[in-house]
Design a protein. Structure first.
Length: 663
């Protein structure tokens, strides 16, 4: 039986969980991003219909795809088509049995892509194209093999060739939750890109006067010049007359350039080809010719009133960059270097001119830039823009990214510059640059840079994914971060509380948690323990020692699990100066002593979090007592006595076995 608990869904062995709303919006095209916790065989099934109760993919005779992460005892990635194995590769897309791991799987007309990480459609680890694609798959099943698999934060995304923009999925917004009325929400992302400027007067710097009716159609010189040979786009001219061309044909040409997709009536294909050839938009010329040849070979397909769809054959189908459109990135780079067709000069205070840029290029990737140039602000009325308090080198790197979607090696190798670029990307709303910076910062992160980086980004809402990653990293290596330096005391209170109460907090002793809280409260630059604080309080007061963070100490102390401390240490604490100065500490220590003295049979206390053991950074040992005369060994206990009995050979979580023999 599938179990829903808190914020995750557990699928037992040989079962599959289905939901009618867990499906692609468009059959055969979609992406599912999720987190999974399993030893092996994280399995997703893609079908045309929802599976029935008791469904398992091994018994499915209908058309379907199956993707298995961590197959063969977590050694291989497998893809099956209608139950037949078509992909079996080693060392790719493996599971994680110690924590939830992020994955995504996309299907687009038979192209199956698998990736790791928090960024859907980025970090591809494997791709396979079905020679006979099943374009009807739509529903997604969460399955397992011989062990339980936990799923959480399941998000379904849409894929379309002409809407390439994607925002980062903030895991935690859409979850499987306990209780009635739960649902997995298909997230609707902000769509922004060049298509927003199709035939728009915003940022336009030229006009087509089309047809006998002389209809004005606005456009943008830099975009057109980068897509074909629009030699008429000289700095002095801004009107192009096309009296013999209908609006529908020109619209199809512009739509193809601005979105990578268009549609036109069959009988207008010739006119569209001629116009595309005139302006040398060669990919569209080829599309028209291929369709005209197909119609010529089969008269049954000919229907002048029928609409023909034309799509730019983009390799980077899911990309948010201009490379997904019939636009030359190399030409745009040249325009930026030479200033050709530029309509804004950008200056940085105390630095000078940094670029002769194009408002349309800046605006199509940055909503703040677009609003700056279009909403009547002073920047929209002038061809000059001066920025203050902006690092010049990082800003120029951001401009390069806006034009070509790439970061140079100098940026990648410089952590300080990368952090500046991250802050600029957040300031100017360059979503995909922000994602790239987050990924690179995490990739090049060192132990010594975790706390300083967390201190910088903790207050930036868009950096929540990286903040949560850093908080978890500190929590899982808590002993190191509180004993190697005092950088953690500079964190803000909310961040430090998140670390202290993190479910993955791993320590060797609760005494270290107490020491960390006291150091944080004092903002000390020296490593010290509670006994030294106790000595300081002999000649001082808590209000002076902790200052404005005294209340923070009060709030943090309940997160220390005092009942897990040795009884002798609790007695020392009870008699210390600290407890007399901090009443809440006195209450917590007294509660812990009472708990130990009364025995651990008080279930109402054991259910409280602070009476339960945390993850330990010590390696777990399994103790087995000596056996009978025949050499049979008997289990004694493990995991703080949590398991009454376990077969040592099957206890995979145990790193070492300690055998105690008596002779």
């Amino acid at each position: 039986m599938v179990e829903k608990k808190d914020t995750f869904l557990t699928v037992p062995p040989f079962e599959c969980a289905w939901r009618e709303d867990l499906k692609f919006r468009e059959a055969g095209r979609g992406c599912v991003a999720f987190e999974a916790y399993a030893c092996n065989d994280v399995t997703l099934v893609f079908r045309q219909n929802v599976g029935s109760q008791g469904y398992h993919y091994k018994r499915d005779s209908s058309p379907h795809y199956t993707v298995i992460l961590g197959s063969h005892r977590n050694r291989r990635l497998r893809i099956e088509v209608n139950g037949k194995n078509v992909v079996d590769v080693a060392g790719i897309g493996l599971c994680c049995s110690s924590s939830f791991q992020s994955y995504w799987i996309s299907i687009y007309d038979g192209l199956i892509s698998v990736g790791n990480g928090n960024y859907p459609l980025q970090g591809v680890v494997f791709q396979w194209r079905d020679p006979n694609p099943n374009c009807g798959v739509q529903y997604i099943g969460l399955s397992s093999w011989d062990k339980h698999v936990k799923y959480r934060n399941v998000n379904v995304l849409s894929l379309t060739p002409h809407v390439p923009q994607w925002k980062h999925v903030s895991f935690g917004v859409s979850q499987v939750e306990d209780g009635e009325g739960e649902e997995i929400i298909m997230m609707d992302y902000e769509k922004w890109g060049l298509k927003n400027f199709l035939e728009s007067w915003e940022l336009s710097d030229m006009l087509f006067i089309v047809g006998s009716e002389e209809r004005p159609v606005p456009a943008h010189k830099a975009i057109l010049a980068a897509s074909g040979n629009f030699s008429f786009c000289s700095p002095s001219s801004f009107v192009v007359k096309l009296p013999m061309v209908s609006y529908g044909v020109l619209h199809a040409l512009l739509q193809y350039i601005y979105t990578g997709w268009t549609q036109i009536l069959q009988h207008q294909l010739g006119s569209l080809r001629a116009l595309s050839l005139q302006f040398e938009v060669m990919s569209l010329v080829k599309q028209c010719e291929e369709n005209m040849e197909r119609l010529k070979q089969d008269d049954k397909l000919t229907d002048p009133s029928k609409i023909v769809e034309l799509t730019y054959p983009c390799i980077q189908l899911h990309s948010s960059t201009l490379a997904s459109l019939p636009i030359s990135i190399e030409r745009l780079r040249q325009f930026k270097l030479t200033g050709q067709y530029s309509d804004v000069n950008i200056y940085i205070e105390n630095y000078g001119l940094v670029a002769r840029a194009h408002k349309i290029v800046l605006g199509l990737r940055s909503v703040p830039f677009a609003k700056m140039f279009t909403n009547g602000m002073s920047e929209s009325m002038t061809s000059e823009l001066t920025l203050k308090d902006v690092p010049a080198e990082a800003f120029m790197a951001m401009l390069d990214f806006l034009y070509d979607g790439e970061l140079n090696d100098k940026i990648i190798d410089s952590g300080a510059l990368l952090l500046q670029l991250l802050l600029l990307a957040d300031q100017f709303g360059v979503t995909f640059l922000h994602q790239e910076c987050c990924k690179m910062l995490l990739d090049c992160l060192s132990e010594d840079s975790v706390c300083p980086l967390l201190q910088v980004i903790s207050s930036i809402p868009s950096c929540r994914p990286i903040r949560e990653t850093l908080e978890r990293r500190i929590s899982m290596n808590f002993d190191y971060y509180i004993s190697s330096s005092t950088d953690f005391v500079s964190l803000d209170e909310a961040t430090f509380i998140n670390i202290i109460k993190h479910p993955d907090l791993t320590v060797t002793s609760e005494e270290k948690v107490l020491n960390a809280i006291l150091m944080f409260g004092m903002r000390t630059k020296e490593l010290l323990g509670w006994e030294m604080v106790d000595e300081l309080l002999v000649n001082s007061k808590s209000e002076i020692l902790f200052g404005e963070r005294l209340q923070s100490v009060y709030d943090l102390l309940p997160f220390v699990r005092f009942p897990l401390l040795p009884y002798s240490l609790l007695e020392k604490l009870q008699k210390s100066n600290i407890t007399s100065h901090i009443p809440v500490l006195q209450d917590l220590v007294g509660e812990a002593i009472n708990f130990i003295q009364c025995g651990q049979a008080r279930l109402e206390n054991e259910e409280k979090v602070r009476f339960q053991h945390r993850h330990s950074s010590y390696r777990e040992l399994q103790y087995i007592c000596d056996g009978d005369n025949h050499g049979v060994l008997y289990f004694a206990g493990t995991s703080y006595g949590e398991h009454p009995w376990v077969n040592p050979l099957l206890a995979e979580v145990v790193d070492h076995l300690l055998y105690i023999f008596s002779y």
